[in-house]
Design a protein around this ligand. Structure first.
Ligand code: NAI
Length: 270
């Protein structure tokens, strides 16, 4: 059901790779709620071609940008402003990648070249997006920026590897940049800490199926899926959450504040 919550708003969605992507669902919901969007992803992701289907569905241009490149981002922002004839009201940062995870290198043996690359893509990119957006005045007053995080930023989930450090920094950047962008232009910046979700990035984590079923059993409401995450992001882009900023917001069915559940106790007693 749509509520026209984003009628008249314009935004950039980073990170829709395929139909499973959280960003894909957010883009569809933005469109349904009346927003106009620009879709962006890395040149590699664009070559896979699936994004064109989403672009057609949402009537949105696709502008490639590697988030580790200032030049790419400046080009994206310039073209977006040209397309809309002005700035945007919201940005979704739905980007993550760890080479150490991909190569199955354990945390205590991380290769630092890989660590740097993953950090640049998964964490520093939020700073880069915000810094360049501020420099080129891309986000309108009372705009909203949301980045996606995971609870491994606060607690240890061994196979999440160096992505845990990346998420901790990502949340810190949202907090710190949220201060400056809020003071300067009333732009809010938050992270949404989402339940484990079956996507390309998610499934790359070793033992992911165990992860996801444990979280399901440990959450009073069960795991939040990608569609529900999209619903939550829409509220954060809407004018209903104008005073929420610098927060890490758990969207996880209650997992983060649950010590143990009856379902887990029963499993342990088997
Ligand atoms: P996904 O694999 O669909 O999305 C990750 C995106 O990052 C892809 O579209 C990929 O092309 C993009 N990306 C990678 N390198 C890039 C670069 N250099 N420049 C621009 N884009 C680049 O997976 P998912 O799960 O939708 O991930 C979205 C976000 O949600 C990530 O930040 C992830 O860490 C976060 N998240 C995912 C959870 C899960 O269990 N799937 C749980 C909590 C958070």
């Amino acid at each position: 059901m749509a509520y026209n919550l984003l009628k008249g708003k314009k935004g950039i969605i980073f990170g829709a790779l395929n139909e499973q992507s959280i960003a894909w669902k957010v883009a569809q919901r933005c469109h349904a709620e009346g927003a106009e969007i620009v879709l962006s992803n890395s040149p590699l992701a664009l070559r896979m071609g699936e994004l064109n289907n989403l672009a057609a569905e949402c009537n949105a241009p696709v502008i490639g940008a590697d988030v580790t490149s200032n030049e790419d981002l400046e080009n994206l922002f310039a073209k977006t402003k040209e397309h809309f004839g002005g700035g945007v009201d919201f940005i979704l940062h739905s980007i993550g990648m760890s080479v150490n995870v991909r190569k199955g290198i354990p945390y205590y043996e991380n290769n630092y070249d890989f660590t740097h690359k993953g950090f640049d893509i998964s964490a520093l990119s939020l700073h880069r997006v915000l810094q360049l957006a501020m420099k080129h005045d891309v986000i309108n007053e009372w705009g909203s920026v949301v980045a996606l995080s995971y609870i491994a930023a606060q607690r240890v989930f061994p196979d999440y590897n160096d992505m845990a450090d990346n998420k901790a920094v990502l949340e810190s950047i949202a907090r710190n940049f949220g201060y400056y962008y809020g003071t300067k232009k009333k732009v809010r910046v938050n992270t949404v800490s989402q339940s484990p979700t079956r996507t390309t990035a998610g499934s790359g984590v070793k033992g992911f199926e165990g992860f996801i079923s444990y979280a399901e059993k440990m959450s009073p409401l069960g795991n939040a899926n990608a569609d529900q995450c999209a619903d939550y992001c829409i509220t954060l882009f809407s004018d209903l959450t104008k005073m929420v900023t610098m927060q890490n917001l758990f969207h996880d069915g209650g997992f983060s504040f649950t010590g143990v559940t009856q379902a887990v106790i029963e499993q342990m007693e088997k």
